[in-house]
Structure formats: C-alpha cells, structure tokens
Design a protein around this ligand. Structure first.
Ligand code: CA
Length: 228
C-alpha cells in the first residue's frame, strides 16, 4: 500500500516516514507543502492512506481535505495536528477526515490507527486475512499456511497483503506497481515477476497447492482454486 505524509516540519515528517516504514505494508512519500500535495492527489496518484497535518504552507490541511472530498475521493485520511480542542476535532471530522490524532502522539497508537483505517477502507475490517489455508495477520505481519509459518521479506509481504485484501480478484501488474512502490521508485515491471516467483517458492515449500496464480496477459490472483 502507498501512504502520503503531508507535514511541513521536516523532523516530524522524517520520523513519521520512518515509523510507517517499520510496517512492511507501506511505501511512503512525504510532501511539506499543502498545494503541492493537492496537485499530487488531484493528478490521480494512487495512494491508499493520507496522513495530513492541519497547518501547512501552500494550502491549509482542511482546505486540502475539503477539495479531496469534493472531488469524490474516499481516500482514508488521518489528520495529525497540534490543535486538540474539541471544536478543532469536530471541524476536522466535519471536513471528512476518517480519524484524528493530536500531537504529540504515541507512535504505537498512530500505527495501529493507520492499520485500522486501511483495513476499513479495503472493506476488510477483520485483522486476519484468510485465503484457503493461507493466513495473513495485518497486525503482526505473520504469514502462515496451515500450521507452517512463512518468512517473507518486506516487499514480498506488501505484495501478498495487497492481493490478500482482494481474494479471488485478478489484480493487474500495473496496479501492483502503482501501489507497492513510492513516488521516486523506478518502476520496472519485471520486479513483480521476481517477487511473485519468490513468494510462490515460499508458499509452496511444503508442496501445498498453488495459491498465487498468474492470469496470462491480465495479472495475478490469490485464490484457493486455479480456475477463475
Ligand atoms: Ca504544520
């Protein structure tokens, strides 16, 4: 999944990015200017989560949020702010944010809220994703097939989790490239093939039936059955 952090305090932004990237789930971009962030979002850049500071140069966080919702976007938004009065929180919620954290916040709480927001937005509120005998725990990032636990590298986990949120669905390779890497990444399409190969090797190490299917010319599909 891809997260965009909009925060103008460099140190805070760096800490946020670092915290978010302790989760294998996220590729993270940071922008410090509200106007630039709006341009990025309005251009259709496919983010899955927005962490938004309220007081920003270029464009105020609430104005950005208002425009985003007016454009019809359902992107989950967590507002991070030093403004913690009840009125400020109500205003943020009224503008269409999904959750609100007052600075200074606890990193553990922040990450838990990010994960919860993501699960809700993916229409999968339960923290454990199951596809046939595969379990992907979005809280601990533990992956198992039946009783056999599987060690995945961060990007392997990110890809598998993205597919596990969409079981039985053919996900195009282009979509994976857009949602698994940050803005500055050179998007080479063969990296996906490499990760699919490597995930498959691990998923099938106990001779279990195939779960991660290639649909020729279309993309990839995580499912217990091979027929679409
Ligand atoms: Ca600020």
């Amino acid at each position: 999944m891809r997260a965009l952090i909009v925060e103008d305090e460099t140190r805070l932004a760096r800490n946020l990015k670092r915290a978010l990237e302790t989760l294998p789930t996220f590729a993270t971009d940071v922008l410090g200017d509200g106007g630039e962030a709006w341009e990025r979002l309005a251009s259709g850049e496919p983010y899955d989560l927005l962490l938004l500071d309220r007081m920003l140069p270029g464009m105020d966080g609430l104005e950005l949020l208002r425009r985003l919702r007016e454009s019809g976007s359902r992107l989950p938004v967590l507002v991070l702010t030093a403004l913690g009065t009840k009125e400020d929180i109500i205003q943020g919620l009224d503008y269409g944010c999904d959750d609100y954290l007052v600075k200074p916040y606890d990193t553990g709480e922040l990450l838990a809220r990010c994960k919860a927001l993501l699960r809700r937005s993916q229409e999968h509120p339960a923290p454990v994703l199951r596809v046939a005998d595969l379990c992907v725990d979005t809280r601990t990032h533990a992956v198992a097939r039946g009783a056999r636990s599987i060690e995945l590298a961060a990007l392997e986990y990110r890809l598998l989790e993205y597919l596990a949120f969409r079981p039985e669905t053919v996900v195009p390779k282009a979509e994976l490239l857009e949602h698994l890497y940050d803005y500055n990444w050179e998007k080479f399409s063969n990296v996906i093939e490499h990760y699919v190969w490597s995930i498959r090797t691990k998923l099938e190490a106990g001779e279990e039936p195939r779960l991660l299917h290639t649909v020729r010319g279309s993309g990839y599909r995580l499912a217990g059955e091979s027929a679409p």
